[in-house]
Design a protein around this ligand. Structure first.
Ligand SMILES: [Ca+2]
Ligand SMILES: [Ca+2]
Ligand SMILES: [Ca+2]
Length: 455
């Protein structure tokens, strides 16, 4: 009896060792699903996320989420131990000095430890900038563009500057403004907004990136409504805070429009969600800019895919678009995020993905309906985008936007951060795979993330 127990125990030890070996492998080769963190643990919907990691202390991670259905405020979640424990609070309520925050928050953490945020306020659509110098535990408003009604501002930090671009009404004019940064809490005034001139100077749903020399690249799509397709532009200011201005370049045409409805986003729809990353690592691909966006082939089939291009000449010319998702389905991949580890030059991407929902049951299908349940998937490249690791599943569970019952689905975008060999994708999740969502399973979303070692 004793001997048999010992044999059984030994078998358990062997099994545990195998699991541990797989978990270790997962760090490098991502062959199994990583641990998921429920960063928000909040009743109601958290959708449309931001995430940033502190380059001066990569154990500091901050996530933020819009709170659709609540008049004003953002969910802010902070860990200082790489996800083991989180604090949660709501900022941007009606009485907050930051203003009554509507939405469209985005984050950038610079090499000095400054955590920058851009966002919109409810009252007049002002585009604002706030700064945290204490790891996201408090934010102070530092700039307010008081005369513009803005949309989807994005923010990026470079070696010695921080830049915001946004869409200004009327005419969906793309504008950008920047400030010099010299240390923790040490920065100059933001420039007045600089408009991207015609041709190609208007659009929306874009991103901002700063290159190794302080040059600035924006991306956005023209055609901001409807399902019928859109052109994707980049615009570059070659000297950043210097006197030169932006010049726009047409890069690609997508069959995704401005509000393109797919089964997984039946209420909010999707757009191209073009996003940028710029290699400032000093490595073999230093200066390479990457552009990710969403294609639909053929148009109006809901078979959307994640496309990637790169440029080695400040956006003047681009490599042919390659499809990043490697599934063999006609299902939807959408809302891509892209992040580059400036410590290594490695590139990682994550996105919402319905590949495992064939409507035939199983772990990827909650309801017998095809193509409406999503997971988060990702890949990475360690050779400048020449080759990619096989796609791997990040979310442990499967989620459904209709079940969130907000009319906002997961919102318009998702984000990821990649610092010091660790990739942190963020996403809205109602699978309740962690057992911590206060609303239970397949109800309102919580804001999830995962920690993935990639070197
Ligand atoms: Ca697809
Ligand atoms: Ca389904
Ligand atoms: Ca929630």
């Amino acid at each position: 009896m004793q001997s048999r127990l010992s044999t059984a125990s030994f078998a358990v030890v062997l099994a545990l060792a195998a699991v541990l070996a797989m978990a270790t492998l997962a760090g490098a080769a991502t062959t199994s699903i990583p641990t998921n963190f429920d960063s928000s643990v909040m009743p109601g919907n958290e959708a449309e996320d931001a995430i940033a990691v502190n380059p001066t202390n990569p154990a500091d991670v901050v996530t933020m989420s819009t709170l659709p259905g609540i008049p004003a405020g953002l969910s802010v979640n902070v860990t200082s131990n790489a996800g083991r424990t989180w604090t949660h609070r709501v900022i941007g309520t009606a009485s907050d000095p930051l203003g009554a925050i509507c939405c469209d928050q985005q984050l950038a953490w610079d090499r000095f430890g400054n955590l920058w945020m851009t966002y919109l306020i409810n009252t007049n659509g002002d585009v604002l900038v706030a700064l945290s110098t204490d790891g996201g535990n408090s934010f102070t408003k530092v700039d307010d563009l008081q005369t513009k009604f803005g949309d989807q501002p994005s923010i990026s930090a470079g070696p010695n500057s921080v830049w915001v671009s946004f869409t200004a009404s009327p005419g969906s004019q793309i504008e950008a403004f920047g400030a010099p940064v010299t240390g923790l809490g040490q920065f100059g005034s933001f420039s007045p907004p600089e408009a991207v001139p015609s041709p190609g100077g208007n659009g929306d749903y874009g991103d901002t990136s700063v290159g190794p020399g302080g040059q600035v690249m924006l991306t956005y799509q023209k055609a901001t409504n409807g399902q019928g397709g859109s052109d994707i532009y980049t615009a570059v200011d070659p000297d950043g805070l210097g006197p030169a201005g932006f010049t726009a370049t047409l890069v690609a045409h997508s069959h995704v429009g401005g509000f393109d409805f797919i089964p997984a986003q039946p209420d909010r729809s999707i757009d191209d969600e073009a996003n940028l990353a710029w290699d400032r690592s000093g490595g073999p691909h230093n200066g390479r800019a990457y552009l990710v966006w969403t294609q639909e082939t053929p148009g109006e089939t809901d078979d959307t895919d994640i496309m990637l291009q790169h440029s080695d000449d400040n956006g003047a010319t681009w490599s042919p678009a390659v499809k990043v998702n490697d599934d063999q389905t006609v299902n939807s991949q959408y809302d891509p995020s892209i992040a580059l580890d400036q410590a290594t030059g490695n590139l990682a991407l994550s996105w919402y993905d319905t590949r495992n929902d064939l409507g035939t049951g199983g772990s990827g299908d909650t309801n017998g309906v095809p193509n409406d349940d999503f997971q988060i998937w990702a890949t990475y490249s360690t050779d400048g985008g020449t080759s990619f690791a096989p796609n791997f599943q990040v979310s442990r569970g499967t989620s459904n936007a209709t079940d969130a019952n907000s009319g906002f689905d997961v919102g318009d975008y998702t984000h990821a951060a990649f610092v010091g060999g660790t990739f942190w994708p963020a996403w809205s999740d109602n699978s309740n795979s962690t057992g911590t969502n206060p609303d239970g399973t397949l109800h309102q979303f919580d804001l999830y993330t995962a920690k993935i070692a990639i070197r």
